[in-house]
Design a protein around this ligand. Structure first.
Ligand code: ADP
Ligand code: MG
Length: 331
């Protein structure tokens, strides 16, 4: 049926066309006993593993601008979940998709499914089921993965004396979103493109997380900004943290876009980075740095864990008062 230039599809037709044939699921995963098409998926865990499960929802207008490129929406919906697997040191394997959208627009679905499937294929994740309903655009993905028994990384393992480090650079995605929504403007197109790319197509650090097992003492992914996320790691581990704000890893694109003070604020509070925050005993830092190097990732020590509780921030020898706070839906 064609109405007003938008090709509208029926529920089963669209599932069949866009979601039934996850390319990797089709052939490469013998652990998918039953995928899309059954009342539920049947999945087989490798022996001696723990199942690792997470779910994340993206709501239009809240987690992404309503007019975002659908390819980016599909990518991000899966990427935020892969990032949770990364934080646990887990191997992502299967995903289900609950998709609520106002209408079945073929060109939107084309882009959305392409963005989602491309990232799924890159991580050999099979889409094994879901639910499709009409309503305000909301995408919920549940990811399932596994980890060798008792080896999952957690937020709770950090010890006083550990070094605090982050992968990649911080603040880029926040700047990218600000550029997309015209809260910031760039004079250099390449700078703007690089930062927008970091918001639209985050790269979850799955390999790093997997290899950090047995080296890092604790890990979490940075979705809400360091200011919001670090206190959660401290609380879970029963330790305090001190961060040297001057050491926050800032990309050259971010530094080209805004003054250093603003770049630091974005790095602390903007969120959406999907980098990993890890605690590592000082004697294991070199091992973890080697893992990062092998993956062409930077790993930057930004502070340390101490006895006590709460987070203190320092800058050039003085206490630093972070202006922002982490993202909280209900604050
Ligand atoms: P049921 O009514 O039994 O829940 P549905 O009719 O909702 O099943 O869905 C039919 C099949 O298509 C199921 O196997 C379901 O997992 C799958 N499915 C539905 N929506 C999606 C989607 N957005 N992505 C992937 N699979 C989907
Ligand atoms: Mg259903």
């Amino acid at each position: 049926m064609v109405t007003g230039g938008v090709q509208s599809l029926g529920e089963f037709e669209l599932i069949d066309r866009y979601f039934a044939r996850s390319t990797v699921a089709a052939g490469k995963r013998p652990d998918v006993i039953l995928g899309v098409g059954g009342d539920a998926a049947v999945l087989r865990l490798p022996p001696n593993t723990d199942l690792v499960a997470a779910v994340d929802t993206l709501v239009a207008g809240r987690h992404f601008p309503v007019d975002s490129d659908p390819r980016s929406i599909g990518h991000r919906a899966l990427a935020v979940n892969l990032s949770d697997m990364a934080a646990m040191g887990a191997t992502p394997a299967w995903a289900t998709l609950a998709l609520t959208m106002p209408c079945a627009d073929a060109s939107w679905l084309e882009g959305f499914s392409a963005g989602l499937m491309q990232l799924a294929d890159a991580h050999e994740v099979a889409l094994v089921g879901g639910d499709t309903t009409a309503g305000p655009l909301t995408i919920s993905i549940q990811i399932l993965g596994y980890v060798e028994r008792d080896s999952a990384l957690q937020r709770s393992g950090a010890q006083a004396g550990d070094i605090l480090a982050v992968t990649g650079t911080l603040g880029d995605a926040g700047a990218g979103l600000a550029l997309l929504t015209a809260r910031l403007a760039a004079c250099d197109r390449a700078v703007a493109d690089e930062l927008i790319q970091r918001f639209e197509y985050p790269a979850p650090r799955v390999s790093f997380g997997w290899r950090a097992r047995g080296i890092a003492s604790a890990a979490m992914d940075l979705s809400d900004g360091l200011v919001g996320d670090l206190p959660k790691l401290c609380a879970a581990s029963g330790v305090a943290a001190h961060v040297d704000v001057a050491r926050l890893p800032l990309s050259s694109a971010l530094r080209a876009l805004v003054p250093a003070s603003e770049a630091r604020e974005l790095a602390l509070a903007a969120g959406d980075d999907y980098e990993l925050l890890v605690a590592v005993p000082p004697r294991r830092l070199d091992d973890l740095a080697a893992v990062a190097r092998q993956l062409n990732l930077t790993l930057t020590p930004i502070g340390e864990l101490r006895r006590g509780n709460g987070v203190t921030w320092g800058f050039e020898g003085r206490p630093y008062a972070a202006l922002g706070h982490g993202y909280d839906h209900f604050r």
